[in-house]
Design a protein around this ligand. Structure first.
Ligand code: NDP
Ligand code: ZN
Length: 179
């Protein structure tokens, strides 16, 4: 049976591309930011075999409130309360200090819903894949290493969610000598 993206999914993709249009990733090639959110949704669909469209849509929007002028109200109005609720669960509170936000990601991971945990795992997997091939502009090797260590602490509190994603993350942690 043919599968195809829904109109709502395509609208999400379009909205994410528009909102992130001026942002770039921190890699030396300055990859458009939207590539990352597409990767996260694709990891969930292709590598984790997730068919829950709310999760795949929230993955596309997972950084849109944190990193652009979009608000939760915008997301709820356009994509409904279910997707908005997931986006809320994966959005850091930008009014807090960065170290506090990092600490809360570790602490709050275990309390997340199963669907939000999936997005968090795929987000970490894509970021760590980026970090395996590139050191972000301006980062020392030590900062890159610290990121792997921190990401493992978050992932350790997300375990028991998706075996495929956790296997792939563990392979990366093993390569870094963290497992
Ligand atoms: P940041 O939070 O500043 O940067 C990592 C985030 O940037 C990712 O989570 C991802 O966000 C986004 N990102 C954009 N481009 C890339 C890319 N190419 N590859 C990977 N991620 C990308 O990092 P930290 O501040 O956490 O730094 C790493 C570690 O180094 C920390 O543990 C910190 O303690 C330590 N450190 C931090 C310093 C600082 O000034 N902050 C200084 C020295 C050490 P998203 O999830 O939104 O996609
Ligand atoms: Zn992200």
């Amino acid at each position: 049976m043919a599968t195809y993206p829904s109109a709502k999914f395509m609208e999400c993709l379009q909205y994410a591309a528009f909102k992130h249009r001026q942002q770039r990733r921190k890699d030396p090639l300055e990859t458009p930011y939207v590539n990352h959110v597409i990767n996260v949704s694709t990891i969930l669909s292709v590598e984790a075999c997730i068919t829950d469209e709310g999760v795949l849509m929230a993955a596309l929007l997972h950084d849109v409130v944190e990193d652009t002028d979009a608000s939760f109200e915008d997301v709820e109005k356009l994509f409904g309360p279910d997707v908005c609720g997931l986006v809320r669960e994966v959005t850091d509170d930008k009014s807090l200090e960065k170290q506090e936000r990092k600490r809360l990601q570790i602490k709050n991971a275990a309390k997340s819903s199963c669907r939000a945990k999936l997005i968090k795992l795929a987000d970490k997997l894509d970021n760590l894949r980026d970090l395996q091939v590139n050191t972000p502009t301006g980062w020392t090797e030590e900062r890159r290493e610290q990121y792997f260590i921190w990401a493992k602490m978050v992932v350790d509190n997300l375990r028991g969610t998706n075996a495929n994603l956790e296997l792939k993350l563990d392979e990366i942690f093993r390569q870094r000598g963290l497992l």
